[in-house]
Design a protein. Sequence first.
Lengths: 348, 279
Amino acid sequence: MSRGQARFADIVKMHGDFAALRNVNFEIAPGEFFALLGPSGSGKSTTLRILAGLDAPTSGRVFIDDKDVTAVDARDRDIAMVFQSYALYPHMTVAENIAFPLEMADMPKAEIGPAVKEAARKVRIDHLLDRKPGQLSGGQQQRCALARAIVRKARLFLLDEPLSNLDAKLRLETRAELKKLQRSLGVTAVYVTHDQEEAMTLADRMAVFMAGEIQQVGTPAEVFARPNSIDIAAFIGSPPMNLVPARYANGSVTIAGHQLKTTSSITGEHDVVVGIRPGTLRIAADGLKARVDLIEDLGDTAILDLDCAGTTIRMRVNENIPREGEEIAITARPNDIHLFDPTTRKRL
Amino acid sequence: MNARRLRIIAVTAISFVFLLAWAFPILWSVLNSLKADQDVLAYPPKLIFTPTLDAYRDVLFGSQSILPNLISSLVISVGTTVITMLMAVPAAYALARLRFRAKKFAGFYVLATQMLPPVGIIIPYFLVLRNIGWIDTYQGIILIYLSFSLPFAIWLLVSYFEDIPFEMEEAAYLDGASRLRTLWRIIIPQVRGGIAVTIVFVFLNAWNEFLFAVVLSGNTVRPVTVAMFNFVSVEQTLWAKLAAVSVLAMLPVVVLGIFAQKHIVKGLTLGAVKGGGRR
């Protein structure tokens, strides 16, 4: 069996009466890039800290490579982590920082030097080995933290919002490099982020956290295509899915007096929340009447704020952009219409 | 222009007064230690005199040599400082980091011991030490000094430890370091400025302590502060010798201060953790 598998079984974390995590279950496959995605306070960082052994769960078990590590110390879990703040040792040079985990593992001195150089070369900071962290730029510090994590072949490679302290341009560059690095090393990476775009682009699979619970686990494409709940639908996508209350009856929904066909085979009449991605809306003469309130032109594409009888619906258009104030009519294919239960907030 | 000039003059004058007040005792000691006894007592004070090292020769190698007392002071101060630091560093680290029930109370208690006027406990201390036969011994005086220096050192060090972000330690644990190794390799190097400051203060307090020393010491163990007092008697005060001893007694502390200054570099942790951690 290859290294780097992790599993959470019924993990609960209480802070007094407050449940930071409720019944968290998921499994990470070896070599996978797994993202823990969710808004702040949703429990994703707590999950990472429990996996690392920095926090103990109130109940439940953590397994790494099928071994129960719930009671194992952080330093004995063979895990490398990149902190949001990088947590570099300020009194040591870059080389000493990178060498520290190897020293702690009692690697012979003769082998440490080459290993440090190799790790630094992989993240392109081999020319900075004699500097102290205080003399590095933010991006260089981030690379130093990465090098310290990859220098030893740990079972799991944890990253806690590693890009959030970088400026936008550097963040995009580093994101791509991070993915390449993980692929070339073949390590299992667990990545915490609140940025859905980061999770979508980096992750092989992801777990979406909402209020201390995992609401959905799947590939980014799956989560995007079939969000499990209203909360996930509202969280994923930029701009996120339109969510409109509507009346459902025998396969069709009625929004502002206009009927749209769905693929649902539920019988009877129900109140539902209809979800439609802005990119799947199309202009059609016999569609739902709407007035263009506002246009956000992004150059190659535009986001329209539409007023449909008092409800705001956002739509993405790539060509034939209407003018503000213009009356248009829109529709969506049955496949692109998602139905949610307004009380349970789950997908129907 | 005129107002600005006036202000500069005023500021300079005031600064000069403060400088004089600060420097006078040292100047007075150094000058008098170099005078012959009759020059010391001359009135008006002689600003121009023939310097002599007689006083130094007498206090170092004469019948009333203070060399044994300097050694006593050194043993007491070094002993107090070493034991204090060995105990205060882990204690302060624990107070800054670990979460235990009585932490708040422990922190307050440490500070409360500093509020006690020393005179109030000098008699009980004397009785206790006499009962266990530790009057006029190094261990007796060091023990008593520890009761003051330890709370002070812990209190001073805690704030330095608290400045170090938690994540730094967590990173070290994940890198495979034990708690003790993390303390030694990661934490202590970052608080060495605070440790240097604490060493200087603890040593200084022990070196200059007089009240407890005069009560708890005797003929065997007599620190230099107590020995100096011998130059003040009912008949006369031997000013030149007193001044010479003062200057000599000042030297170890000055040397320590210069040595420690190298390590008191501020902002060592700056830039290590972006956003500055919890400062």
